[in-house]
Write a protein that binds this ligand. Structure first.
Ligand SMILES: Cc1ncc(COP(=O)(O)O)c(C=O)c1O
Length: 420
């Protein structure tokens, strides 16, 4: 009998080893891994640069806590702000995506105290979107726009409302005096791989300016090259200037690390960093406002530095774009009756399924059934919602590996097809 809490319905597979895009089970069978630990293993499994960085740092200093200065944090924050975000701001290092989002939500609450409603009471409401996913902490599930994650956890933290994604009119109508922020995934991952339209993102940014709301981007799944540009929002609306961003997953390549960034913009949008009023958005999270024992340890930061350096040195973003084009072209050529569309950006690809034409056992979700069948043919690829298969290979995946994986997807789809 297992002593693990049964919070996951796991696939019947035990992985014991990984190398590059391949993993092996305990019986020695190998699989192509297009799950990558759900968009985590950006460089594949056990890449030398990451193993070396972790080993060297582990032999030097694993942990020392945030009561002291940590040079690896400074280096990583500088890299993220100057080379990736390219907007003035400050970074807080956490351990996961949910935690990073909690940091953004806490920052929004502070902003609502600093810039309150007309009657002086704080603004506090964060608007988010249906099908969104923001993590499993209490604030994370409150922000998440999916009922299934909230069942049985009432009362949840209040101050969240969920609106239809890509619907600017609904959002405009929803903004209330107590609203303080809008949080969104530029590309919804868990909710089915739904890409925000450029008009929507631009409209959200304009509403944030007009109503003095924080624009918070959850890039936990999509950030640092998974979707092309290290900042996924730049793939959609490059001129956007968010107020806060959260990351995790791929930034550590498998080593747990998360982060959130807050803009250095003046607290009062009307003031352009006036020297007599130096207060910035990032300064709202001052000493004592937030903390973590593990977040930003020397080991976690060394791992992330190695991953981000390798992505840049090996120009992996070019590979991400080339492989996306190759995947899209190949699937379009299939003209497969079970494929309704291909969504996503870069190497976060969602294959929409016509579930009416697919044989699925009673009580099983079609996408989960497909993922289980793919495992039998040697491919790991996770579902995203009930009718979408997700492809999340490492950013350094080769064309040969993509071809092998797509061949398995094609033949498995055909084997599950019930009508032409
Ligand atoms: C967009 C998004 N935000 C937040 C999270 C939560 O991240 P974590 O599981 O690291 O807490 C996820 C995880 O899938 C995610 O996809």
């Amino acid at each position: 009998m297992s002593h693990i809490l049964s919070t996951y319905g796991r696939f019947p597979l035990t992985l014991v080893k990984g190398e590059g895009t391949r993993v092996w089970d305990e019986a020695g069978n190998s699989y192509l891994d297009f799950c990558s630990g759900i968009a985590v293993c950006a460089l594949g499994h056990s890449p030398k640069v990451l193993v070396d960085a972790i080993s060297q740092q582990a032999a030097t200093l694993i942990h020392c806590c945030n009561l002291y200065h940590i040079p690896q944090q400074e280096e990583l924050a500088t890299l993220i702000v100057e080379k990736h975000v390219k907007l003035p701001g400050k970074v807080f290092f956490a351990n996961s995506g949910a935690e990073s989002n909690d940091g953004l939500i806490k920052s929004a609450r502070r902003y609502g105290h600093a810039n309150p409603q007309a009657d002086g009471s704080p603004r506090y409401e964060v608007l988010s979107f249906k099908q969104s996913f923001h993590g499993r902490t209490l604030a994370g599930i409150s922000a998440t726009g999916q009922d299934k994650v909230k069942e049985g956890f009432n009362p949840l933290p209040t101050g969240f409302r969920h609106l239809p994604f890509n619907d600017l009119d609904a959002l405009t109508a929803a903004i209330a005096p107590e609203t303080v922020a809008i949080i969104l995934e530029p590309i919804q991952g868990e909710g089915g791989v739904n890409v925000a339209t450029p008009e929507f993102l631009r409209g959200v940014a304009a509403l944030c300016k007009k109503h003095d709301l924080l624009l918070l981007l959850d890039e936990v799944q999509v950030g640092f090259g998974r979707c092309g540009d290290p900042m996924a929002w730049r793939e959609i609306a490059p001129e956007l200037e968010p107020d806060g961003i959260s990351w995790a997953k791929g930034m550590g390549g498998g080593f747990p690390i998360g982060a959130f960034w807050l803009s250095d913009r003046p607290l009062d949008r009307g003031l352009q960093s006036a020297p007599e009023n130096p207060a910035t958005l990032s300064s709202l999270m001052g000493p004592g406002s937030h903390g973590t024992t593990y977040g930003g340890s020397p080991l976690a930061c060394a791992a992330s530095l190695a991953v981000l350096k390798e992505i840049a040195d090996k120009k992996l973003i070019e590979n991400v774009r080339a492989q996306e084009a190759h995947i899209r072209e190949t699937i379009a050529l299939w003209n497969h009756p079970l494929v309704t569309e291909v969504r996503g950006k870069g190497l976060l690809i969602g294959i929409g399924l016509d579930t009416e034409k697919m044989s699925t056992p009673e009580g099983k979700l079609p996408s989960i059934h497909l993922s289980a069948e793919l495992i039998k043919s040697g491919l790991l690829a996770p579902p995203a919602g009930p009718a979408t298969l997700r492809l999340l290979p490492p950013l350094n995946v080769t064309t040969e590996e993509v071809d092998q994986a797509l061949k398995i997807v094609h033949s498995t789809l055909t084997s599950l097809q019930t009508s032409p």
